[in-house]
Design a protein around this ligand. Sequence first.
Ligand SMILES: O=P(O)(O)OC[C@H]1O[C@](O)(COP(=O)(O)O)[C@@H](O)[C@@H]1O
Ligand SMILES: [Mg+2]
Ligand SMILES: [Mg+2]
Length: 345
Amino acid sequence: MALTNIHLPIGIPLDRFIKKKQEDFPFATGELSQLLRDIALASKIVNLEIARSGLSGLEGAFGTQNVQGECQQKLDILANKCFIRALKRGGEVCALISEENEGVIDLGNTQGKYVVAMDPLDGSSNIDVNVSIGTIFSIYRRVSEVGGPVSEADLLQPGTKQVAAGYTLYGSSCMLVYTTGNGVNGFTYEPSLGEFFLSHQNIRIPDNPTYYSVNEGAYRSFGADTKAFIEYCKDRRISARYIGSLVADFHRNLLKGGIYIYPKTAAQPNGKLRLCYECNALAFIAEQAGGAASDGMNRIMEIGPEKYHQRSPFYVGTKAMVNEACGFIDLGMVESATRKMPGER
Ligand SMILES: O=P(O)(O)OC[C@H]1O[C@](O)(COP(=O)(O)O)[C@@H](O)[C@@H]1O
Ligand SMILES: [Mg+2]
Ligand SMILES: [Mg+2]
């Protein structure tokens, strides 16, 4: 029986939901379930630190740069430490890659079956201004021998090999949204009980796009195809929304319908976002919710990563919109701003 047909009551605690879902896999041994709980635990701690960062002196820059030359914020560093510590102590993860670390973080858990790629804090430019930010994670089964050394191949797997992925959104409420390949579910954090509860069951992205999200401040550096697609969205009176936190922009479009775009530009020929710990996880969620994700030419999850921090242009959201955006790129037509959809008068 298809898993998505099993309706668990709204409000079920995350722990019970994970347990129930595990029961559907007779051969499951519980490691992935425990790993998801470890991520939920770290998310609760980070959520608390974000909420009081204005009082605890955790706002502002840490004074260091990450491998991408970006100034690391204190909360980038804190979130990174929280997740690394929770995954190390959880024991299920042997190694991970993080936006905030150049190389592989070997957790010393040689018996760990899983590896993780994570963006511990997404939307860093919004940290100090009380705008929604998030954490993004992708989980893979290691390909090297359990008990042996971690290999580069463990961390450079295509998105199609994800066994689970998701994000935590630190916004007006804290939410954890994830998939294990059987639909997408969202859990809202209840601070007074210290627990996540099922609030958004079997999320499906609406087919009808309500929003398009792109940083139009960079419009002049976009290619003709991207400009044409934006004009096309305006022609269709689709509303523009751009928070500048990928997780928050993605989450809105996931619930309301729409597309998030971070295209290649003259200055960033591969775009800005990172394939391994930003694009792949959201692509998995989008596809599991009936949407799509592309780099403009290829399905994001089929791209074989060559480097931990490699960037990729990113088009994600409502399937028809992503296909349309790719259509503009295909044809690379300048005049496509007036192009009509097939069958559209
Ligand atoms: O300011 P820009 O160029 O629009 O970039 C905003 C994008 O960069 C990001 O902040 C990159 O992520 P990090 O904050 O994790 O580095 C995304 O969250 C966001 O969508
Ligand atoms: Mg990010
Ligand atoms: Mg980040």
